[in-house]
Write a protein that binds this ligand. Structure first.
Ligand code: FAD
Length: 433
């Protein structure tokens, strides 16, 4: 007879691992299927790990997780062709006993997380792709079809943690196809440098780290952002833009990254480094409005597959872990009550998420994707105006400050007109609410 499981988890990224771990810890019999050679082999992230989400699963993760640097300084840059104007926050308070954010290398981190998941009792099969969902005569999902010989497996629930592409969900008609204007394509490189060089370049000691998030002319008029994160012996640098913008432009993702690396504010930070890795990946950026159906009879969606990404704050892995954990908890609760994994029962998932930062944040920023797509001046005109204003203001050249103020205001009015400026401010405030 076919072996049955309480739950099958599709994917071994942070969301799938969180779901599988939670259910196994509560005594469920869990099968996890991962198409990659090992967990993490297919995954790409910047990558900043937010401790809070992981602590809720594995409180003592700091003891053996492969962490790179804890973040003590955040730089937010708006860039034009030659300059950047920044908002920097650095605090010794981030040198706390249990730091809040770390840089990580996903391939290593996912392997570690997966080990914890297996130690909790989950059966993991790698190099196994789920090709379809299996349903009973009433349409309830009862298992999955894999690409292995005789590859049908059955369970009370299938947790779709398959990441942004969500092909299983799509092919099974559970969610619509990804729209090119709700997803970003990001490219990333790893540049290796001795730790002492990284420390000197970023004014760091020990395991302290710096992260830079950047926007402006670096995305060639497209909606997107760039980033640079310090690891122990390497720097992760990447840039991503909305897919529909790439489709309309002549610019290639790789060309964009090359130009970002050559920017005078970035180039010295990478000098003499050795680039050893290149990766490209999609990021769901449609937010709240792009969220697909989250559950149905016998299935539930977690992580990127559910569009759980807060693009404004560049948070994804924490939403993935939180949704994975909460889906796992709900399934374990239903099992305990001997309740079915029906659409009605699983409806609690969304209600429980509504009470957390996940839905609250996505709801708060629901207008931001449309604002950013519809207002490209945010990525070209404004960064140029801000940087020109800063250059003018800080240059000491015998021109009095009142005249400088007038020049700056005139430049803004010429660039955007007064009603245009006011209108943009109102639109942003509305989207930000
Ligand atoms: P994934 O990590 O994509 O995992 C899905 C897994 O499912 C994969 O292992 C895949 O191989 C497997 N899979 C897919 N289909 C199948 C199938 N049919 N059968 C079997 N297995 C399958 N988030 C942050 O919090 N901080 C950051 O700094 C950050 N930076 C980022 C930078 C970049 C360039 C990118 C691309 C993303 C970044 N994110 C960041 C987002 C973060 O990576 C994601 O939100 C997170 O990885 C989502 O986890 P997940 O488990 O849902 O999906």
């Amino acid at each position: 007879a076919q072996e049955r499981f309480d739950a099958i988890v599709v994917g071994a990224g942070p969301s799938g691992n969180a779901a599988a771990y939670t259910m196994a810890k509560r005594g469920l019999k869990v099968l996890q299927l991962e198409r990659g050679e090992y967990p993490g082999s297919k995954n790409v992230q910047g990558a900043i790990l937010y401790a809070n989400a992981l602590e809720k699963l594995i409180p003592d993760f700091r003891e053996d997780a492969p962490l790179e640097r804890h973040v003590i300084e955040q730089r937010l840059w708006t860039m034009d062709e030659t300059s950047h104007t920044g908002l920097h926050h650095r605090s010794d308070d981030f040198n706390e006993e249990r730091p809040n954010r770390y840089t990580i290398i996903r391939a290593q981190f996912d392997k570690w997380f997966s080990r914890k998941v297996r130690e909790a009792g989950v059966l993991l099969l790698c190099e196994t792709t789920v090709t379809a969902l299996l349903r009973d005569e009433k349409g309830k999902v009862v298992g999955v079809q894999t690409d292995r010989e005789g590859g049908a497996v059955y369970a009370d629930i299938v947790v779709l943690a398959e990441g942004v592409n969500g092909l299983v969900g799509q092919r099974s008609g559970l969610r619509p196809e990804l729209k090119p204007d709700t997803v970003a394509l990001a490219v990333k490189e790893m540049h290796f440098l001795p730790p002492e060089v990284i420390q000197a370049r970023f004014n760091l000691k020990g395991n302290e780290g710096v992260v830079i998030e950047a926007m402006g002319t670096i995305t060639a008029g497209m909606t997107g952002t760039g980033f640079l994160y310090t690891n122990q012996e390497s720097i992760s640098i990447g840039i991503g833009c909305i897919v529909s913008d790439f489709a309309e432009s002549e610019v290639t993702p790789y060309g964009l990254l090359e130009a970002f690396k050559a920017h005078p504010s970035i180039k010295p930070l990478l000098e003499n480094s050795e680039c050893k890795e290149y990766a490209a990946h999609l990021i769901p950026e449609g937010g709240y409005k792009a969220m697909p159906e989250l559950c149905g009879d016998g299935w539930i969606v977690v992580g990127d597959a559910g569009q759980f990404v807060n693009a404004v704050h560049r948070e994804g892995s924490n939403l993935a872990m939180t949704t994975g954990r909460m889906a796992g908890e709900l399934v374990a609760d239903l099992k305990e009550r001997q309740a079915p994994c029906s659409k009605a029962e699983l409806g609690q998932y969304r209600r429980r998420l509504e009470a957390t930062f996940v839905m609250k944040d996505l709801k708060k920023y629901r207008g931001i994707p449309d604002f950013l797509h519809g207002n490209k001046q945010v990525f070209g005109l404004y960064p140029r105006l801000f940087n020109a204003a800063a250059r003018n203001w800080f240059r000491v050249d015998g021109i009095d400050k009142r005249t400088k103020e007038k020049e700056i205001l005139t430049a803004f009015r010429k660039g955007r007109t007064l009603p245009g400026l006011i209108n943009d401010g109102i639109k942003l405030a509305r989207a930000w609410r």
